[in-house]
Design a protein around this ligand. Sequence first.
Ligand SMILES: *[C@@H]1O[C@H](CO)[C@@H](O)[C@H](O)[C@H]1NC(C)=O
Length: 245
Amino acid sequence: MWKLISGTVVILLVLDNASSKGLPSYLKLCKRRSGNLRTCVAENVELLRPHLKKGIPELFIPSMDPLIIPEATLNSGDQFKATFRNIEMYHAENFKVDTFNFDLDHHHVDAKLTFPLLRIKSNYNINGRLLILQLNGQGPADGNYTNVRASLSLKGTPFKKNNKEYIRWEKEKIDIGIEKSHLSFDRLFGDNAQLNEQTNRAINDNIDGIIQELQPVIQGVVSDFVFTIINRVFARYSVNELFIS
Ligand SMILES: *[C@@H]1O[C@H](CO)[C@@H](O)[C@H](O)[C@H]1NC(C)=O
């Protein structure tokens, strides 16, 4: 799931030089080496927030309500396999920046973000044993996740294009903690409404274990999204176009 978490880091990284060609004019400039980087970034997030829902073409940030992710899969050996398609993530634009540390000299970023609420819908296809539950089915899935905390480390590799320096970013680490979740899997047992309901109740009675199992999917989707966007922005703008020394 998620986000996600997402566009965020990108946004944060481009805030340094809003006067560069093509960057949105409503952004406030942050100094790269300022001790107040987190505060400055957080202020810019507030300035950006109203624009995030419909997307920011200048920053190559797609619409965030919902974010669309084509597919995510989970494979726990022979035991369990799940595929989620047409993933839609809602409310990601309401994230908060808890910490933000940026070291351009060593091409390194650490950030902590909180998403007060994420809602994620998809079409699931699951087969196998998840905790105590034997699940074989497919249909629409829905989930609400409260206070999703994402901790991200990004590592950059510099490269040259037309004599300008660019950076490509990779995931070094992503951790996600979720305070509270509620899931529903429609049609797990086809038309057997009673069995569907019982199973969904069992899933939510064991939600901590279930979320733990699904965690790789959640992290994968979030980081896919983050890095796709980041690398789009950084392929478009050179380091000097994005940052003031
Ligand atoms: C998620 O929250 C929405 C809005 O409150 C609600 O309509 C939906 O049923 C919830 N879904 C789940 C799986 O809890």
